[in-house]
Design a protein around this ligand. Sequence first.
Ligand code: PLP
Length: 385
Amino acid sequence: MAPTRAYLDWNASAPLRPAARDAMLHAMENAANPSSVHAEGRAARALIESARKTVAGFVGMPGAGVVFTSGATEAASYLLTPDWRDGRTPLRYSRLYVCDADHPCTRNGGRFLAERVTLLPIDYRGLLDLDALAQALAAHDASEGLPLVACHAANNETGVVQDWAKIGRIVRTANGRFVLDAVQAAGRLPLDLSSVQVDHLILSAHKLGGPKGVGAVVSQSPNVMPVPLVSGGGQEKGFRAGTENVPAIAGFAAALVEAAGEIGRTAEIAALRDRFEAVLLERAPDAVIHGREAVRLPNTTFFTIPTLRAETAQIGFDLAGLALSAGSACSSGKVGPSHVLRAMGVADGGGALRVSIGIATGQRELDAFAKALDRVVANRARAAA
Ligand code: PLP
């Protein structure tokens, strides 16, 4: 990244940590297949097994099962299926209940048929409606199978943090299974799940400074698992076939170790985020910051400036040297209306912009944002005149 640019898009992907790069380079030195029994193969295997322990420890679930995947999207497609096994015994989940503000990888229902997916509403703050969840589960027809529930821990657009402990309790009472997409929360909030009723957790390395294209499913009781999405060889105990991406897994673990060490700096990042928001409201007092009524991630600001087209503003910011997102530009640069704001009942008019920061963000980026915003707001005034 050019040093003169200001990177404010950490929720889309965080910069690769040098420790993760070093771990990947080290792993790449070894040509062996981790399933090979010779010394080189065993060395590659040792990297994977050590990373597995790191992942489980990171979320406070040292006894948990960890399956490495190609990222959170694959993890979601793997978990969200009607067909499960408890050991060798088939188990059926007849309906998926998923939060309407979830990332498309879970909101789209994975391997469930569309008619077997119920979208759960959120309120104006961006929080899952817990009464609606309890009611939906109470009405679940258990004669067809069990209920599966998926929800994000923190929203990628607004940063709103869900009460996953309460969700877990409601799901457990209904004899359901709970999948928590912790992709945005991991590394940004303490994530000790030892006493929380979460059955499966989804992680993605590139949101916390690891490489892209690797993630994990962490499971409380590794005996109860979905029918594999990728079958073939017996890798990952048969849960996910294919030779493991050893360098990416090693980089993922190195990033987790660093991220865990930085959790104490959450307040520092939140204070910087508050300064970005102060600058925003100073320059554009009519700006609306979404999700502010709820607890949010310390690094995220999702906002609308009335009469400003987010897509145009994003280009303006880009030309001024700032990388930030318009809407949820997660796929192929496509910017659509935000389904999260729609679910909150908020009209986003010309679209919303997202600033998401991280540990390396500082005064230089804040100054660049203020300067670019001045220009964007002045252009808006000129266009309105
Ligand atoms: N879940 C959330 C909350 C996300 O923000 C993202 C990516 O933006 C994903 C899942 C998908 O992650 P991946 O890029 O690893 O497939």
